[in-house]
Design a protein around this ligand. Sequence first.
Ligand SMILES: Cc1ncc(COP(=O)(O)O)c(C=O)c1O
Length: 383
Amino acid sequence: MSPAARALIAPFEAMEAFREASELKAQGKDIIHLSVGQPGRTVPTAVLESVASAMKNDALGYTDSKGIPALRQRIALQYRTRYGVEVPVERVFVTVGSSGATFMTLLTAFDPGARVALARPAYPAYPNMLQATNLETVFLDTDESTGFQPRVSHLEALPTPPDGLIIASPSNPAGTVLPPEELRAIAQWCKAHGTKLISDEIYHGVTYGDAVAQTALAFSDEAFVVNSFSKYYLLPGWRLGWAVVPERFCRSFESLVQSFFISPPAVSQVAALHVFDHLDTLDAAVAQYAVNRDILMTTLREVGMRGLRHAEGAFYLYANVSGLTNDSRDFCRRLLHEAGVCAVPGLDFDAERGHQYVRFSYAGEQAEIEEACGRIRGWLGTS
Ligand SMILES: Cc1ncc(COP(=O)(O)O)c(C=O)c1O
């Protein structure tokens, strides 16, 4: 890809909206962020104390490129306890966020020009990363009937099987979960058609009610799984995630990581290791998201937004605003400037139909969500 072509990669609207809102806030405006997917809560003080102690007592130099063994073992153990799946520790790589894990996966798994499918609306970094790594994006247009998740039928409808498929469950922007039997069917289809499956499981742990987010590893040893400490584990700014890599790709994944990153950040690995001692606190944050979700969903429905019924995980609502506007970017701009609420136009996730959608994040504190709901109601004249 030429530098000029790379310059054409679309900006990330969620981050741009976040920046604009932060600038308004710095000017003294009263802004509520329902834009970025960042947990409102921080990790328990005990985790920070462990980090402070490591900073005093350890050199915190480079670590093994795959991450510190104790953390990799703890991640492998999590697969046994949470999903009943055995994952050999040799296949676990600690990475620079799940972003780093996805980037390394794309470079490891595909030759330039390979075709990689993903559901649209999509987390925008995927098509952008595919473009930057000279891979072709094949969009699978999904709708509210499947909660914007792909089905085998979407894959069957392609003229030829793609080289790869990226799935995300729970998803961003819709917060929907692929039922385990659908995930199994997709994993089996991928195996049968030589399609490499990449399962983004960054929102695992953040599910509500009866929703079950199963790992793709339960159905395939050939899947690449990427995950993160940014969401459920409350450590977004520490830039740490992980990948579980199929055995035959481990050596090349490792070599790439050595050259691109040397190692994941040592100090963040200390935090990540200790956060596993506080799963109760993490689960309490999820319980709060569930309350926030219900408050926000009620308001968005009342003001005339639609398409919210499937949101069972992550901390987003992808609202159909076509009853209110046909221009989600203008809608979000006015919502920010006139009501002080920052949300993200759906165009970030779907250049074709995103003008009819807005993504709201409810990862903040309940009081903020309530205040935002009051403002949305007042702004739309429904209070
Ligand atoms: C679906 C999805 N995947 C990956 C990421 C990247 O997260 P990180 O690099 O912080 O792990 C995000 C961030 O919001 C996301 O929503």
